[in-house]
Design a protein around this ligand. Structure first.
Ligand SMILES: NC(=O)c1ccc[n+]([C@@H]2O[C@H](COP(=O)([O-])OP(=O)(O)OC[C@H]3O[C@@H](n4cnc5c(N)ncnc54)[C@H](OP(=O)(O)O)[C@@H]3O)[C@@H](O)[C@H]2O)c1
Length: 309
């Protein structure tokens, strides 16, 4: 009945503390000191090495430490019959909404330009973009995209979302599937990517997509780096089809020092910080799932392995 904490590149101290607070009797193992592999029932994982999760023959649940599960599903040896769960948490949705609102307002109020002007001590006014006439298009209207959409509606933006199935969010126009992608893009001044990374969405932010948005549009990618075709973004910025981008996620993280995004005048870079998972917020639900699994029940917040999210 052991619980394995398998965090490849995250500090485990605060996770251990919260897990012990909420389940003092927990038989907690810290990877790579797992003890006998057949004793591990439940694993909380972030970016495990490929093949690692196939080593535990009695595993009953694989919990992703984040909202995304692409870091797990990319492993061809991930045990097929074990349920996979993800983090669904109101504080993550709040944090992501803050990031998206920050990026949208920064752009509408010309903050990247003013930052440059300040370096030059130059006083020059740029008329703010009005919320009501700015079309914000959110790709992915799930837990995070849906929350961001509600916040932007409250600020008066003209908000639409794109997803696989129809969504009903007050004030948000819902577009679905490939057939409505063109119409969705055609009303978009600010494009926000909050899709999960799947085989269908990998590389989706490409030249074809950028050609469909309103000229001079702004891109905000806070989903996964692999959604973006990086060369296509640079070309769209060169041509003026896109006027700028705010990027939180990258194909290679940390972003290498020589990467052109660092020095591009129209790109804002943040270090994958849009919405972090806070142990204090999510451990109660993880322990609830651990108890459910130990009691022979299905865990909550399971993903659909076939769909990939
Ligand atoms: N940067 C950060 O700090 C950070 C933090 C947390 C998460 N993330 C990223 O954010 C992603 C989204 O998280 P979430 O919790 O909002 O996920 P979610 O609740 O599963 O929502 C995903 C949304 O994407 C839509 N979608 C999926 N595949 C699609 C496709 N092929 N075409 C059109 N729409 C599609 C879904 O549509 P349906 O509902 O109709 O199926 C759904 O609306 C995560 O997967 C993760 O990669 C980033």
């Amino acid at each position: 009945m052991a619980f394995l904490l398998l965090l490849a590149d995250i500090e485990s101290k605060s996770w251990v503390k919260q897990l012990k607070i909420h389940e003092p009797q927990l038989d907690l193992r810290l990877w790579p000191n797992t003890g006998p592999v057949e004793e591990i029932d439940f694993v909380l994982a972030w970016r495990p090495p490929p093949g690692e999760l196939a080593r535990y023959p009695k595993l009953r649940c694989i919990a992703s430490l984040g909202a995304g599960v692409d870091h797990l599903l990319r492993d061809p040896d991930l045990p097929a019959a074990v349920p996979v769960t993800r983090v669904v948490d109101a504080s993550m949705a709040q944090s992501m909404s803050e990031y998206v609102v920050m990026a949208v307002l920064n752009w509408c109020r010309h903050m990247p330009r003013y930052a440059r002007q300040q370096q030059e001590r130059r006083w020059q006014v740029h008329v703010p973009r009005q919320a009501s006439s700015t079309g914000v298009g959110i790709m992915g209207l799930g837990q995070l995209g849906g929350a961001a959409a509600r916040h932007l509606v409250a600020l008066g933006f003209d908000v639409a979302g794109w997803s696989t199935g129809p969504k009903q969010i007050a004030g948000v126009r819902s577009y679905i599937g490939e057939a409505q992608l063109g119409a969705f893009l055609g009303r978009t001044d600010i494009l926000v990517c909050l899709l999960p990374l799947t085989e269908r969405t990998r590389g989706i932010l490409d030249a074809r997509l950028f050609a469909g948005v309103r000229p001079g549009a702004y891109l905000i990618n806070c989903a996964r780096g692999e959604h973006l075709q990086e060369a296509d973004l640079l070309a769209a910025l060169d041509s003026g089809q896109l006027a700028g981008a705010c990027l939180d996620v990258f194909v290679t993280e940390p972003l290498p020092p020589e990467h052109p995004f660092w020095r591009h005048p129209s790109i804002t870079v943040t270090p994958h910080t849009a919405s972090l998972t806070h142990p204090r917020a999510v451990v109660p639900r993880l322990i609830e799932n651990y108890r459910r699994v130990m009691a022979g029940l299905a865990p909550l917040d399971q993903i659909d392995r076939l769909r990939g999210y």
